[in-house]
Design a protein around this ligand. Structure first.
Ligand SMILES: [Zn+2]
Length: 359
C-alpha cells in the first residue's frame, strides 16, 4: 500500500467501533503471524557491528535458558542445522557462538552471520520464551484463545497471534506419500464468516447452526482427508469438489502401487482413473465385504468425526484459518497419545512429526 493510501486508511481506524477494532486486531495479529518480523535482525546487526573477530567466549550469557526442560533450544538448534544448514545462506560450516537472550547462538563460517535455533522460523522474535511451554500445552489440550491467554498470562490478541505462529510451520508438515491401502474421502465444513462480520452476505447463522441448504452449497467448504494404514494422514482444503482440485491435492501423495479405497464419488473416481490407481469403491459408512475385510473407509471417516467433534469448541473458525486447524488436528494425531510441549515447540520451528517443512 502506498503512503497516501495508508494514511487515508489509518484515518478510518478512528471510526471503528469496539467490535470492529477487535476484528482488526485479530486480522493484524494473523497477518503478523503469517509473515513474522524476524527480531533477530537486531541481534544480527549487533553482531555484525562488533565484527566477526569477536571471540565467542566474550558473548555473555544474559539469562539462563528459561524454557523448562532446558536444552530444548540447543537440541532444536542442532536438528535445524543438520536439516537446513545456516538459515541465511544454507552453509553447513556452523560453529557454536555463545548465547544471546538465553538462546544458544551459532555462527556460519561462510556468510559469517550469527543465528539462533529459531532464526527464520515463525517463532523468531517471539518474546516471553518462558511461556512457550504454556502455549504448547494450550495446543495439546485444544484450548480456546481466551483460555490460552489466561494460561500464558498474555493479552487475547497475543494468544491469538501465538496460536497461529505455532501452527504456521505445521501447514507444510504433511506426509509426502501414503502407501499400501489408502483411504481417501471428502467431508464438508460449514463456511464461517467469523472475522468478516461487517460484510456478511446473508443473515448471521447462530453458532454451530446448520447450513440453510441441503447438499453442497457455497456455505460448505470441502475438505479432503487421506489416511494410510500406518496412520499417516494427509489433508487439504479443496477450492471445489471436483477432479481437478482433488488431483492437485492428492497427485503424488497417492500413487501406484498404493491402492485407494473411496466412496465412489465422481470427483475422486476421476482422480483415481487419471492417476491409474487400483481403487475400491465402498459405500460410506463402509461395511467391508466378507471376502475383502481390509477394504473400507472407516478410518478416514472416523478421522472426519474426530476432527468435527474437536472443532465444535471453536464455534466456527474463519475459512482462511481452516488449514491451520487441519494442521493442528493432524499434528495432535501424529504425535500420538502422549504429546509433549517440547514436540509442539519443535513442530513450530519446522521439525514436526512428518519432518516436512518449507522453512
Ligand atoms: Zn551462512
Amino acid at each position: 500500500m502506498d503512503v497516501a493510501a495508508f494514511a487515508a486508511w489509518r484515518v478510518g481506524v478512528g471510526l471503528l467501533d469496539r467490535t470492529q477494532r477487535g476484528l482488526l486486531l485479530e486480522d493484524l495479529a494473523l497477518a503478523e503471524a503469517n509473515h513474522p518480523i524476524d527480531c533477530s535482525t537486531s541481534e544480527l546487526a549487533e553482531s555484525t557491528a562488533r565484527g566477526g573477530a569477536e571471540a565467542a567466549s566474550e558473548v555473555t550469557e544474559r539469562t539462563a535458558d528459561p524454557v523448562p526442560g532446558g536444552g530444548l533450544l540447543a537440541q532444536i538448534g542442532q536438528a535445524r542445522i543438520a536439516s537446513f544448514g545456516c538459515p541465511h545462506c544454507g552453509g553447513d560450516a556452523i560453529h557454536p557462538w555463545g548465547k544471546a537472550s538465553g538462546k544458544p547462538r551459532y555462527r556460519c563460517a561462510s556468510c559469517r552471520r550469527t543465528f539462533n535455533a529459531v532464526t527464520g522460523t515463525p517463532l523468531a522474535g517471539l518474546r516471553r520464551m518462558d511461556r512457550w511451554n504454556g502455549q504448547a500445552e494450550a495446543l495439546i489440550s485444544g484450548e480456546t484463545v481466551a483460555k490460552a491467554a489466561d494460561r500464558c498470562n498474555v493479552a487475547y490478541t497475543t494468544a491469538f497471534r501465538w496460536r497461529h505462529r505455532f501452527l504456521a510451520a505445521l501447514k507444510a508438515d504433511k506426509p509426502q506419500h501414503l502407501s499400501g491401502i489408502v483411504e481417501a474421502d471428502e467431508t464438508v465444513i460449514l463456511e464461517s464468516f467469523k472475522g468478516k462480520r461487517a460484510d456478511l452476505p446473508r443473515v448471521a447463522r447462530k453458532r454451530g447452526g446448520k447450513a440453510a441448504k441441503r447438499g453442497l452449497s457455497v456455505e460448505q467448504i470441502p475438505i479432503m482427508v487421506a489416511r494410510d494404514r500406518s496412520g499417516a494422514t494427509f489433508d487439504a482444503v479443496l477450492p471445489r469438489l471436483d477432479a481437478a482440485s482433488i488431483t492437485k491435492a492428492l497427485g503424488g501423495v497417492i500413487s501406484r502401487p498404493a491402492e485407494l479405497c473411496c466412496d465412489g464419488g465422481a470427483a475422486i473416481t476421476a482422480f483415481a482413473r487419471r492417476a491409474r490407481l487400483t481403487f475400491h469403491v465402498l459405500p460410506a459408512p463402509g461395511i467391508p465385504r466378507p471376502e475383502a475385510p481390509e477394504l473400507h473407509i472407516n478410518n478416514v471417516n472416523a478421522y472426519h468425526g474426530r476432527f468435527k467433534e474437536w472443532m465444535r469448541r471453536f464455534h466456527g473458525v474463519a475459512t482462511k484459518n481452516l488449514p491451520n486447524y487441519l494442521s493442528w488436528r493432524r499434528t495432535l494425531e501424529a504425535l500420538g497419545a502422549a504429546p509433549t510441549p517440547q514436540a509442539w515447540i519443535k513442530g513450530a520451528v519446522g521439525l514436526g512429526p512428518y519432518q516436512q517443512s518449507t522453512l
